[in-house]
Design a protein around this ligand. Sequence first.
Ligand SMILES: CCCCCCCCCCCCCC(=O)SCCNC(=O)CCNC(=O)[C@H](O)C(C)(C)COP(=O)(O)OP(=O)(O)OC[C@H]1O[C@@H](n2cnc3c(N)ncnc32)[C@H](O)[C@@H]1OP(=O)(O)O
Ligand SMILES: Nc1ncnc2c1ncn2[C@@H]1O[C@H](COP(=O)(O)OP(=O)(O)OP(=O)(O)O)[C@@H](O)[C@H]1O
Ligand SMILES: O=C(O)CCC(=O)C(=O)O
Ligand SMILES: [Fe+2]
Ligand SMILES: [Mg+2]
Length: 334
Amino acid sequence: MQVHDGNVTPGSSGRLTIIQRHLTAVPLSGQVSTANYPTKFCYTLDNNLLTTEQRHFYEENGFLVIKNLVSSVDIESFRKQFEKLCKKEITIPGLLIMRDVAIAKSEYVPDQKAVTKIQDFQEDPVLFSYCSLPQIVKYVECFTGPNVMAMHTMLINKPPDAGKKSSRHPMHQDLHYFPFRPADRIVCAWTAMERIDRTNGCLVVVPGTHKGVLKQHDYPEWEGGVNKMYHGVRDYDLSIPRVHLVMEKGDTVFFHPLLIHGSGMNRTAGFRKAISCHYAGADCNYIDVKGTSQENIEKEVMEVAYMRYGLSDLTLKDVWMIKSRIIKGERTNL
Ligand SMILES: CCCCCCCCCCCCCC(=O)SCCNC(=O)CCNC(=O)[C@H](O)C(C)(C)COP(=O)(O)OP(=O)(O)OC[C@H]1O[C@@H](n2cnc3c(N)ncnc32)[C@H](O)[C@@H]1OP(=O)(O)O
Ligand SMILES: Nc1ncnc2c1ncn2[C@@H]1O[C@H](COP(=O)(O)OP(=O)(O)OP(=O)(O)O)[C@@H](O)[C@H]1O
Ligand SMILES: O=C(O)CCC(=O)C(=O)O
Ligand SMILES: [Fe+2]
Ligand SMILES: [Mg+2]
């Protein structure tokens, strides 16, 4: 385990790499002590896959990077399929193609290269095969339990920044978008489809924030515009140390839905690609977000859902029930 300038770097074992930069500004040392571990696990389950060290790391930090988990062959097939979808050589029901706000609102006529992300590829057999990769699902079960649902799918194609910094993703908690609980049985798997570092806008996390509560989210006040639904934590304090997750192609991070994270701008000429799925244990329950901080996103989701599905009497729960798929075990509640 090594710490360099707040970045996670691969350990020689290729297994777990640990960063430890505490919110309480504990000074960074080269090696992190494995002492003072909690005795009770809250955020991980035992299925004989995670080592004790990995479990402790997730419990403390709210994320876990596994090196080289997805093969180049699989990643190439996702890349090819993504291109076909962008060129409209294939259309998939329910799939949403989104352009960056700076490009969508300019005079420039966008081509497929302007796509910033695609969402909801649950009906695309090629891309959705990512969500059932056995080596991913084995890890997912350590967080969700044995009944695994794929709730939300994305392929993020962070474009070269158009000069407005709109390629950034503000610091947020994914739970803001989710009307189901408990949070500890939800996890995101996010796989780098190429090397991703600070030049092309890597994931940036605030370790330990999964132990906190869901915060109020709004659109950040960014001069250059903000992408639709890219809410950020309100009054976010940028002086809190962030950790930049530098990842190689195929590396996968699993993270908790309360972990505060975002991504920086893409300063390169290339489109930075990552594929992700949010999973939840099927035994989770839908909640009513009325009267909570999530009301603002519910309103936006319902507007978009109406445009996409053309149905006016849908509820937020219906939208999630339509999108989600069982991956393993039994579809109980969700
Ligand atoms: C069912 C939904 C469930 C989703 C749940 C999310 C869960 C996430 C959970 C996980 C955590 C994830 C965390 C996350 O990732 S949060 C991010 C999630 N974001 C979304 O899900 C957004 C989904 N995108 C859309 O719905 C469409 O692409 C929109 C509606 C944006 C455009 O629609 P369409 O593509 O058909 O374009 P159009 O040509 O017809 O333009 C229409 C209008 O829209 C303007 N416009 C275009 N692009 C953008 C833009 N990028 N930003 C702002 N505005 C934009 C455009 O200028 C025009 O406005 P105007 O000029 O008329 O004023
Ligand atoms: N001035 C800012 N105002 C609002 N959010 C910011 C600001 N700077 C960074 N962020 C947010 O912090 C997160 C990480 O950005 P950051 O600038 O740390 O990463 P980067 O651009 O990849 O790296 P670098 O430190 O090399 O610029 C992103 O979610 C970004 O939106
Ligand atoms: O920039 C990314 O790839 C991740 C963005 C993100 O956190 C999200 O879409 O929820
Ligand atoms: Fe996110
Ligand atoms: Mg930056």
